[in-house]
Design a protein around this ligand. Structure first.
Ligand code: SAM
Length: 368
């Protein structure tokens, strides 16, 4: 068995002196490279009910001690702080599997009640494997959730069972349909293609997504597996995905400006009718974090289930808000600590650099 070391997060020094207080005492989450974080990813648990082999070993991982996981009030306090004082405008709940969190609807409702610095409602979304979503989609919509991203790597139940080590394909499809019926739209579907497993399904997945009115996003596999066995040459690249799709569809790239800070490059899928808007059947995106990194436009900040700020999925350091908060820090001090952490965000993740260091936590423990 491979031993997975989750390691202890390295703590960044919280602001202490007068200069730090002046620099980090107010304003949004800016960094030294001119970016401002507007999009907060909140992991609500590191646990999952699937065991996707590129994400988690069959026996699961050494889960966080429950006492170290932020409770619902703590999550809401930090989200409120992020929106009210730090300029966050969009919140995505993730995990692990966020539907395993009993208080999810309550957390979503408290989040959607907030207003951004522009006076707008906070856009909220959920990244989920979809299991159980058909029971909860309506309640989540009633709580104000804007939309969902459902992860689905294959249309074939046998492959799904092989990839996830669980026979739950029908539950995921039911979850996708229920989300659309509840108005959690647009429903986005995330797929990771794995060489020799499901890499022949790119076009089938797109055909299915277009028929259902879902927005498909392929994600390049990233070095965030728990075993540290990811190899660049095994990964299905954006180029390969694009070529597979172009064998069956006519794709027209959306202009770069339309992308903004979105991680996906997007193409319109054109029907046989040609180029007019009536000929656009839908769109497809590719999140090419490895081969076409988009760090320069990144507007994300992350909070793990145990209250650590991460400036990037690939960070090798974290900033501890959990113990600061439980130690009695007030909102102003927590906000200054968060600003200070974001100020130190690196320019890029450098996956392609030979000196690249794998993060000490796998994707499921960070929040994907
Ligand atoms: N359980 C939820 C779900 O399934 O969407 C949220 C967490 S999961 C870690 C989020 C997404 O990360 C999923 O779409 C999953 O396929 C993707 N993922 C996991 N490991 C990955 C990796 N090494 N590279 C790229 N995507 C990965």
């Amino acid at each position: 068995m491979t031993t997975v070391s989750l390691g202890l997060p390295r703590l960044r020094r919280p602001p202490r002196d007068g200069a730090d207080a002046a620099r980090f005492g107010s304003g949004p989450l800016a960094d030294q490279h001119g970016r401002t974080a507007r999009d907060l990813r909140v992991s609500l648990t590191d646990r999952c009910n699937l065991r996707c082999h590129y994400c988690m070993p069959p026996e699961g991982l050494p889960w966080l001690d429950r006492a170290r996981v932020l409770d619902d009030e703590e999550v809401v306090r930090l989200v409120r702080l992020a929106v009210r004082d730090l300029g966050v405008r969009e919140v995505r709940f993730t995990g692990g599997e966020p539907l395993l969190r009993k208080g999810l609807e309550r957390i979503v409702a408290a989040t959607t009640a907030l207003r951004t610095d522009e006076g707008e409602p906070v856009r909220t979304s959920l990244t989920t494997n979809g299991i159980g979503l058909h029971h909860r989609a309506r309640a989540l919509a009633d709580a104000g959730l804007t939309r969902v991203n459902v992860s689905l790597d294959t249309l074939r139940p046998d492959r799904f069972a092989e990839i996830t080590r669980r026979d739950r394909h029908a539950d995921v499809l039911a979850g996708v349909e229920a989300a659309a019926a509840a108005g959690l739209a647009p429903v986005k579907v995330n797929a990771v293609l794995l060489r020799g497993t499901n890499d022949d399904e790119a076009a089938d997945l797109l055909r299915w997504a277009l028929a259902g009115g879902y927005r498909l996003r392929f994600i390049e596999q990233m070095p965030l597996d728990p075993h540290g066995t990811w190899r660049r040459e095994d990964m299905i690249t954006a180029e390969e995905i694009l070529s597979a799709l172009q064998r069956e569809f006519t794709l027209r790239p959306r202009p770069g400006a339309a992308r903004g800070a979105a991680p996906a490059e997007t193409w319109d899928v054109l029907g046989p009718g040609g180029l007019g808007p009536e000929g656009v059947l839908g769109d497809v995106g590719i999140i090419a974090s490895v081969t076409r990194p988009f760090c320069g436009d990144c507007d994300r900040t992350r909070l793990t289930a145990d209250g650590q700020v991460r400036t990037c999925l690939f960070s090798t350091s974290e900033t501890d808000l959990l113990h600061a908060m439980r130690g009695g820090a007030d909102d102003a001090a927590l906000a200054a600590t968060w600003r200070s952490a974001m100020w130190g965000k690196l320019a890029g993740h450098d996956i392609d650099d030979p000196a690249f260091l794998h993060p000490t936590r796998p994707m499921s423990a960070i929040g994907g």
